[in-house]
Design a protein around this ligand. Structure first.
Ligand code: UT7
Length: 328
């Protein structure tokens, strides 16, 4: 087993106050609460208020995580923020978060791995904390999907929400050990989940906006099937690497895209559904933020007990997939 002395010492999360229910969506597009519940398991989601951004949500989640770790913002020497909806294309939202925290000591950067942002960042921390140069890393995933959602497209607008989750990782601490992580991607499927306009391929223009190409488009059905198979594969691979089996797992924390996907993953892994942590009903799909928000909820509500083995697994645009194992 590849156990190392890098552990989670604090977690935090933030959700905007505004709740958008399925009943609200019934008034906006041709949909029903019944359809949304049956096909996705989502009851409601959170939406940012004017003035709120990815870095402002990330700040709230980060301050909680830093305090829980018994640290001050200036103790952080590495900030990695997973997001596909940064405040601005330039600079990185991680730098804006650093400014909000009043931190002058960290190296800060964003990573774009969609729903896998948090687990990709966990894997990166291994290389960066191991080298000896960094001690306290702040790993955040924050997403304001409401700003890239087409509120006239019933295929996608019922799915997404906004939020932020954070964890502090400390070297040589008594934190909860990250045993191993596994990250992978396949750009062949890049068009299945895409925001076409706003980059170098399709700079933003009135024409692009009129064609609604600045919003998320998804081939839901194809993504669904790949999500299940990839998350099962990633889970098995990280367990194999760590010399463990599914019988050792206490909790599965999957990316919260769709209740049916999570149930299919549990079935594929032969893990009882009672061991799957679920909050998609309350928050919808918040891309990379779903995993750290779930982690912080499980931590703060005492769901995770000492010795528990937590398997986190995600899947998203790219396509990307990733899994990570934590001994609590
Ligand atoms: O986070 C990144 C990863 N993302 C995911 O993993 C999402 C994966 N995909 C999904 O979760 C599901 O594919 C959806 C929830 C997006 C869709 O569920 P589905 O069971 O795959 O439905 P579908 O796309 O096959 O559509 C079935 C029907 C269609 O009507 P017809 O063509 O059969 O007449 C849709 O037009 O449902 C219709 N439909 C809706 N009806 C009412 C689609 N959206 C809605 C809606 N309300 N909101």
């Amino acid at each position: 087993m590849t156990e190392e002395k890098i552990g989670i010492t604090g977690t935090g999360y933030y959700l905007p106050e505004k709740v958008l229910t399925n009943a609200d969506l019934e008034k906006m597009v041709d949909t029903t609460d019944e359809w949304i519940m049956e096909r996705t398991g989502i009851r409601e989601r959170r939406i940012i208020a004017p003035g709120e951004t990815v870095s402002s949500m990330a700040e709230q989640a980060s301050r909680q995580a830093i305090a829980a770790a018994g640290l001050e913002p200036e103790d952080i020497d590495l900030i990695i923020l997973g997001t596909i909806t940064p405040d601005t294309p330039l600079p990185a939202a991680a730098c804006l978060l650093q400014r909000r925290l009043g931190n002058k000591t960290a190296a800060s950067f964003d990573i774009s791995a969609a729903c896998c942002g948090f687990i990709y960042a966990l894997e990166l921390r291994e290389k960066m904390l191991r080298g000896g140069r960094y001690r306290n890393a702040l790993i955040v995933a924050a997403e304001a999907l409401s700003v890239v959602t087409d509120w006239e497209d019933r295929n996608t607008c019922v799915l997404f929400g906004d939020g932020a989750g954070a964890a502090v990782l400390t070297k040589d601490s008594g934190g909860h050990r990250i045993l191993d992580s596994f990250i992978r991607s396949d750009g062949e499927y890049s068009s299945l989940l895409i925001i076409e306009a706003g980059g170098s391929a399709c700079p933003i223009s009135i024409e692009q906006i009129e064609q609604r190409r600045h919003f998320i488009q998804m081939e839901g059905n194809k993504v669904f099937k790949l999500a299940v198979s990839s998350m099962v594969r990633a889970s098995k691979e990280v367990l194999r690497r760590a010399g463990l089996t599914i019988d050792d797992v206490t909790w599965l924390l999957p990316h919260q895209a769709n209740l049916r996907i999570m149930k299919a993953v549990a079935k594929g892994l032969k893990l009882p559904e009672e061991q799957v942590y679920i909050n998609v009903d309350r928050y919808g799909n918040m891309s990379g933020a779903t995993v750290p928000i779930g982690l912080a909820e499980m931590d703060h509500n005492g769901v995770l007990k000492p010795g528990d083995l937590l398997l986190m697994v995600a899947f998203g645009g790219g396509l990307t997939w990733a899994a990570s194992l934590v001994r609590w």
